[in-house]
Design a protein around this ligand. Structure first.
Ligand code: FES
Length: 160
């Protein structure tokens, strides 16, 4: 893992914070470590296609999750929904180098939050379809208790 990049991303995370005018929001929590990531997406149209204009995140998570989320929100700019759907946790954390086994789920949390946000935006099948109304963007802390509840799966996706 690239410690320098990790430290830079932690010291100066990009796109950190709630996005009041977001079109979609997704939250995921890990019952195992109690961490949580929430991601907001704002869409725009470019050349007739619906693309991500910007993304932001909040995290009650470890530093690796913050670093991956910071990089992911940068990577997402300009991507279509389909392109964003195909972005894996491994790709989002590529700049950091391979994550140690104990930290793989940190990247998966970010991927889960992105997928939850993309699902929250559905149905929006056509590029020309009107953009979805802004989803309620509650505070991360409000959902923490629920997301931290024991569950058999590794991740719990909380639909807004
Ligand atoms: Fe759980 Fe990193 S240790 S998100």
């Amino acid at each position: 893992m690239n410690e320098q990049l990790l430290n830079d991303a932690i010291a100066n995370p990009r796109n950190l914070g709630e996005m009041p005018d977001a079109d979609a929001v997704g939250t995921v929590g890990s019952p195992e470590c109690g961490d949580m990531v929430r991601m907001w997406l704002k869409f725009t149209e470019k050349d007739g296609r619906k693309v991500i204009d910007r993304a932001s995140f909040q995290s009650f998570g470890c530093q690796t999750a913050i670093a991956v989320a910071s990089m992911a929100t940068e990577m997402l700019k300009g991507r279509t929904v389909d392109e964003a759907r195909q972005l894996s946790a491994a790709e989002m954390s590529t700049p950091l180098g391979p994550l140690p086994p104990m930290k793989i789920h940190c990247g998966q949390m970010v991927e889960g939050a992105l997928r939850a946000a993309l699902e929250a935006d559905a149905p929006a099948p056509a590029a020309a379809a009107p953009l979805a109304a802004p989803a309620a963007a509650g505070h991360l802390a409000e959902s923490l208790g629920e997301a931290a509840a024991p569950k058999s799966g590794k991740l719990k996706i909380v639909f807004e």
